[in-house]
Design a protein around this ligand. Sequence first.
Ligand code: SAH
Length: 250
Amino acid sequence: MTELEFITDLHKNSDRQGSGSENDTLKALDLSNLPTDQNLKVADIGCGSGGQTFSLAKNINGQITAVDLFPKFLNELNAKSQNLGLTDKIVTLQKSMDNLPFNEGEFDLIWSEGALYNIGFENGLKKWKDYLKVGGYLAVSEITWITQTRPKEIEEFWKTEYPEVYIASNKIKQLENNGYSLEGYFHLGQDSWIETYYKPMQARFENFLKRNNNSELARKVVEGNQAEMDLYQKIKAYYSYGCYLDRKNE
Ligand code: SAH
């Protein structure tokens, strides 16, 4: 297996593959003022195994197209969807988020939790805008500084990891420059990192190492994730996922 396959293996059979929670998803949905009782067309891009997809499906009428690059996650999502009786509401699509087969103005809502960074925030804003109706909504969560200043080494670490980490006001400017207006913003609280994401992941380490014979690459993946968690504990005062609820206005 490649390192990427080990990473997806560590994340399989989990409720979510990134920070967030059902409360956060519903809070963001609430900010949209969309008529959730009407037949909405929704895309959930970078859906993983569908944590937020199910929260949306339970609270929205209409159809959700759940998109991810990895079939492993989509297979899990389909199995859960069957158990929850939600197959008439959710279809899955294995595609890369930078090359989607959608039509212009197709969606009322595009959702993406902790995934847009894969193709870059501004790039995604531009690419996905075409698929939204005018007046439709884009809901994204994205790494964001939550303080105006921060220690230099933290700034430098993130600059190399993901150069588009900014404070929310910069991100909002990016949205506005690309034809969206901000309808709502909040950032995830610490529980949405630790309780719903990191702790369940940590609990999977032992089994993951066992089923992969404690191989060097498997250990490397665990160490990498442990290091990310340790880093979060150290610098959580400075960053989080910002949740941006944006309306396409032209
Ligand atoms: N939204 C989920 C998963 C977030 S993790 C949650 O919050 O739990 C990021 C997801 O993006 C992963 O499922 C990963 O497989 C997917 N992904 C990464 N690159 C992608 C790409 N180019 N196109 C589509 N999905 C991608």
